[in-house]
Write a protein that binds this ligand. Structure first.
Ligand code: GNR
Ligand code: NI
Length: 172
């Protein structure tokens, strides 16, 4: 397993539509495990392959709390096949937009079809935080960030703050 370097907005790779995986093979399982390691190291609860520069339709999630056993989840070619009409608001963050947060409105529950690490089709129905994170990660596969769901004013504010954050880091 290896930790992969994260990329940050406005990297153009974060705006691309990722390619479907044709079959889940050993190298792809390796990518899933490296993404899980990268997510845990960054204290994230989700990670999409484009965030490590891999334009493939692969996401990982683990929303288990600090004092719970880990629940690693790898989803390949995830697809939302049902979304609740009821919406919910969550204060979202993103490893590609470090230290920036905003309320985002999304369906409060979704059903997702995907391939697991054994190349088997699976479905998961989720609500609450897991539903939010699954939608956030699937957005990444379609070139969308959480800031694409908020007002232009708030988006520009966040992108401007991020530029400052990057500059401060470069100066160290
Ligand atoms: O770690 C993360 N936390 C989070 C909090 C609220 C809504 C979504 C997320 S996902 C984010 C990790 C990430 O950027 N995944 O793409
Ligand atoms: Ni993200």
């Amino acid at each position: 397993m290896a930790r992969l370097p994260l990329i940050f907005a406005p990297d153009p790779r974060l705006k691309k539509v990722a390619t479907p995986v044709s079959s889940v093979d050993a190298p792809l399982v390796g990518l899933i495990d490296d993404m899980l390691e990268t997510m845990y190291a960054a204290n994230g609860i989700g990670l999409a392959a484009p965030q490590v520069g891999e334009l493939q339709r692969v996401i990982v999630v683990d929303i288990a709390g600090k004092n719970e056993p880990p629940q690693p989840f790898g989803l390949v070619n995830p697809e939302i096949i049902w979304a609740d009409d009821t919406l919910t608001t969550y204060n979202e963050g993103c490893l590609s937009l470090p230290e920036q947060y905003s309320d985002v409105v999304r369906p409060q529950a979704v059903r997702v079809r995907y391939l697991d690490r054994h190349n088997q089709p699976q479905e998961v129905q989720a609500d609450g935080l897991l539903a939010t994170v699954l939608q956030h990660e699937i957005d990444h596969l379609n070139g969308l960030l959480f800031v694409d769901h908020i007002s232009l004013l708030k988006r520009n504010m966040i992108l401007r703050r991020l530029k400052k954050w990057k500059k401060a880091g470069d100066d160290v």
